[in-house]
Design a protein around this ligand. Structure first.
Ligand code: UDP
Length: 328
């Protein structure tokens, strides 16, 4: 039986596909290639199509015996979602709705879901635990939370078992050097900093230095993409064994400010990486740090690559070898 990975050509999706293949799983990828790269998919069977296209999905489910779905395909940028909320509602909610209804039509009742720390919004305390209140500050977080809730009600009604993985800040690149982060245009902090070090940008814009944090810049919990990929496989195994819905935070439990990340990148790249202070970006909470105790305890997940040095070094190797991403 196969595992269907939606959005498997994206950044976290492609690293998860690699992990699943290493674990000996049969992998099917469905992706519309709007933001992903087919070259990032290390193996398995690839289908080019959109989740909102029911006929396309039905074809995929007819061709293969699908055991479970790992669902990444979605729009995923906090800042952008504040600018174009309707796109997020349409792609994220209608895509997931169509996916789940076709899954149920074919009797597929296991899903691992790519969720986000953005479901919490501005937290009341850090680290954040899974049962802390959710109050998203962006349409991105809001649509991801709505999808989690849809899965919850589909469990009650139809026995759909879901594991939602709430990622904090995915970063770094595969240590094999074969795949890494490639967004066009790039909006994430670490790759943008490294583009400055590569001479592709003049400076890094720091979005706000008046947050209630030690140095005034936002604090995030950076987690290596290979550790995230491993967590998806563990979640799949957990669904196979326990067949119970659940929610897990995936983070490192440590926070770094934007300024600290820039400083570490200066040390690793040897480049001065000039920085300028810009206004805040809409939708950004000041501090997001995970408690990932539950994932460690119940999934047996142990992040191995998530110290800031390994994250930035692996990303730096990828960006140096692929200055234009997968087109290099
Ligand atoms: N950030 C920044 N300059 C940039 C990109 C990001 O100051 O050019 C900040 C952003 O405001 C946030 C943090 O870096 O506080 C991480 O942003 P990113 O977009 O990488 O991830 P997000 O937290 O939105 O998932």
């Amino acid at each position: 039986m196969a595992i269907l990975v939606t959005g498997g050509s994206g950044y976290i999706g492609s690293h998860t596909v690699m992990e699943l293949l290493e674990q000996g799983e049969e992998v099917i990828v469905a992706d519309n290639l709007r933001t992903g790269h087919q070259a990032a998919v290390a193996g398995g069977t690839f289908y080019h199509g959109d989740l909102r296209d029911r006929a396309f999905l039905q074809q995929v489910f007819k061709q293969h015996q699908i055991e479970a779905v790992i669902h990444f395909a979605a729009n995923s940028l906090v800042g952008e979602s504040v600018q174009i909320p309707l796109d997020y509602y349409e792609n994220n909610l209608i895509g997931s709705h169509t996916l789940v209804s076709v899954m149920l039509e074919h009797g597929v009742k296991k899903i691992v879901f790519s969720s986000t720390a953005a479901t919490y919004g501005e937290p009341n305390r850090v680290p954040i635990y899974e049962d802390d209140p959710t109050a998203p500050t962006s349409p991105y977080g809001e649509t991801k939370l709505a999808m989690e809730r849809m899965f919850h009600w589909c469990d009650q009604a139809y026995g759909l078992k879901s594991i939602s993985l709430r990622y904090f800040n995915a970063a770094g690149a595969h240590l094999s050097g074969k795949i890494g982060e490639d967004h066009q245009p790039e909006s994430h902090l670490i790759p943008i900093i490294l583009q400055v070090a590569l001479g592709q940008r003049e400076h890094i814009a720091i979005f706000g230095d008046d947050y209630p944090t030690e140095d005034g810049t936002c604090v995030r919990d950076y987690i290596h993409v290979m550790d995230l990929a491993k967590a998806h496989w563990l979640a799949l195994e957990h669904l196979r064994k326990q067949n119970q819905s659940n929610i897990f935070n995936l983070g490192n439990g440590k926070g770094f400010s934007v300024k600290q990340v820039i400083e570490e990148a200066r040390r690793i790249t040897g480049h001065p990486i000039p920085a300028q202070i810009h206004p805040r970006r809409a939708g950004d909470p000041a501090v997001l740090i995970a408690s990932a105790e539950k994932a460690r305890r119940e999934l047996g997940w142990t992040p191995q690559y998530s110290d800031l040095e390994t994250i930035i070094k692996s990303a730096w190797s990828w960006h140096q070898a692929h200055p234009n991403g997968f087109q290099s």
